[in-house]
Write a protein that binds this ligand. Structure first.
Ligand code: ADP
Ligand code: XUL
Length: 524
């Protein structure tokens, strides 16, 4: 018999849904609503309000709620078996915050199905727009909170990350400082994830530990609110924040608004939502310590997993709680595909030519090294961009092609070493994961097999799998993550690329030399 679980993804530009049938271990339905197209009346561009100050990036949260109505409408017209869904969970863009008045609990628990969500939510917001993760206007507040907590390393050890402009704590502090009346008028502060979960459950939802870790407000070790961080952020913040809870928490049955309006089953469970990155960890099948996903997109990102909580002493990698209950890290390298493209174009190559160059050069590149900071880099923190070459001639086209890729893979290895976990399997996604020669270097430098992974929406898929996990736990079963992801979140069959054993010694040496070059440039 079918076992349907629904995962939603409230992302920057769209709200998506994935329905899985756990019985046959397949995705059976997918849909997505693009905000700009569906709701021109909010005047968003790529999901955000334009602002003369590029550092201010907000979105009206009412739009996210309106999208929820339209999504269920869409599913109903597509004859999705809504009445048979056992549980629903979701994923939200991380860090974005939603500010509600003291009327919120009452409004959320009495949603009237003969009206729209938009009509129902009249009077709920104490701040009509939500700062989202693209907002970078809180540098002063970051410094204030970081200083109050004792500096970069203590802040990272306390909350899993040092303060970042987009993180929720600095955003809340700025709101309190610049709009004190509106802050006073705010009774509840949630994240995108917990706001959406609250609508589905018809009550204020907890924030899950995964998304909570993206706030600079949660103690990453105890997973409770961090008193000193709260005090450093804004007065009386404790009473404004919901509870924190594990990612498998059932908030309650779905709200009668959805059962009456869209014929969801009144028994269906509404789970807490999590952030898109924690959800993606599940949607990418990273269920055991040492499983890593590397996305080679516009930027390159590294998702690592670990059982124990360790934090990055340099504050470059974020530590979030994984929906498995362990920990995950997110490390973002800005100079990814665009850096590879710069080199490709500088030597008038196409991707085949770039691959030929990689094939015609040797692992370790005879010690030729490039630091590929075409743009300011996030990891390591480089504000003053520029490509640096060591024992590498700019006229050496194949040497430069190998050097850019070896640099990127080496940098990933060096800057994930603080986790103290050797990767056991790497799943790779993104545009450049098409390129087997790049993946061979990845496997060799990391000394770990690499598998290609094709995903369309790992966050929504992860949310659907999490819904199944929470549901089965509540019904007294003991689901294993292996069984849950099986068939749903697995790499492309026969895509495994194994490291060449004799390259190990070569790369151990290269890594040492690379680290020295990097130190020279960063001064650290
Ligand atoms: P994003 O999702 O961040 O927009 P994608 O994951 O779609 O990016 O990746 C796009 C990038 O993939 C392009 O910028 C391009 O550099 C890279 N790419 C595409 N094909 C190849 C290839 N064969 N070899 C290396 N890089 C490639
Ligand atoms: C993570 C981050 C983004 C958002 C939106 O720290 O800011 O990945 O979660 O996707």
């Amino acid at each position: 018999m079918a076992q349907y679980f629904l995962g939603l993804d409230s992302s920057t530009q769209s709200l998506s849904a994935i329905l899985i049938d756990l019985d046959i271990q397949k995705v059976v339905y997918e849909t997505s609503i693009n905000y700009d197209q569906a709701f021109p009346h909010y005047t968003t561009q790529n999901g955000v309000l334009s602002n003369p100050d590029p550092k201010l990036v907000h979105t009206p949260p009412l739009m996210w709620a309106e999208a929820l109505d339209l999504l269920f409408d869409q599913m109903r017209s597509d004859s999705v078996p809504l009445a048979e869904i056992l549980a629903v969970s979701g994923s939200g863009q991380q860090h974005g915050s939603v500010y509600l008045t003291n009327k919120a609990p009452q409004i959320i628990s009495n949603l009237n199905p003969s009206q729209t969500l938009v009509e129902n939510l009249d009077g709920i917001f104490s701040r009509p727009t939500s700062p989202i993760w693209m907002d970078s206007s809180t540098t002063t507040e970051c410094e204030e909170i970081c200083t109050a907590l004792g500096g970069l390393q203590p802040t990272t050890e306390a909350t899993g990350s040092t303060t970042f402009e987009r993180f929720t704590g600095p955003q809340i502090r700025k709101f309190y400082k610049t709009e004190p009346d509106a802050y006073n008028n705010t009774a509840h502060i949630g994240l995108v994830s917990s706001f959406m979960a609250s609508l589905l459950a018809g009550r204020i939802s907890p924030i899950d530990h995964g998304d909570g870790a993206g706030m600079n407000l949660m103690d990453i070790q105890t997973r409770d609110w961090h008193t000193n961080a709260l005090n450093a952020t804004a007065p009386d913040l404790t009473s404004r924040l919901p509870a924190l809870a594990p990612a498998w928490t059932v908030v309650g049955p779905v709200s009668s608004y959805f059962t009456q309006k869209y014929a969801l089953n009144p028994e269906a469970r509404a789970l807490v939502w999590s952030g898109d990155n924690p959800c993606s960890v599940i949607g990418l099948g990273l269920i055991r310590e040492g499983m890593v996903a590397i996305s080679l997109g516009t930027s390159d990102t590294y998702f690592g997993t670990m059982k124990q909580c360790r934090t990055d002493p340099h504050g470059e990698g974020h530590v979030f709680v994984s929906p498995t209950g362990g920990y995950m890290t997110l490390i973002c390298f800005k100079n990814g595909s665009l850096a590879r493209e710069q080199i490709r174009d500088a030597y008038n190559l196409n991707w085949d030519g770039f691959s030929n160059a990689l094939q015609s050069t040797v692992p370790g590149n005879d010690g030729k090294i490039m630091l590929p900071y075409f743009e300011p880099e996030i990891v390591p923190n480089i504000l003053d961009p520029g490509v640096r070459r060591f024992d590498l001639d700019e006229s050496d086209a194949p040497g430069n092609c190998r050097a850019v890729v070896e640099a990127q893979m080496t940098s990933m290895r060096i800057h994930s070493e603080w986790m103290n976990v050797s990767p056991s399997a790497i799943y790779t996604t993104g545009g450049a994961s098409e390129n087997a020669d790049i993946l061979q270097i990845m496997a060799d430098v990391q000394n770990c097999p690499v598998h290609r992974f094709e995903v369309t929406n790992s966050a929504a898929l992860g949310a659907a799998i999490r819904a199944a996990h929470g549901f089965l736990l509540e019904t007294g079963e003991n689901p294993t993550w292996e069984a849950l992801v099986s068939g749903l979140a697995e790499p492309v069959p026969n895509s495994k690329i194994t490291p060449v054993p004799k390259t190990q010694k070569i790369y151990d040496k290269l890594i040492e030399k690379y680290a020295t070059c990097e130190k020279e440039v960063t001064g650290r």
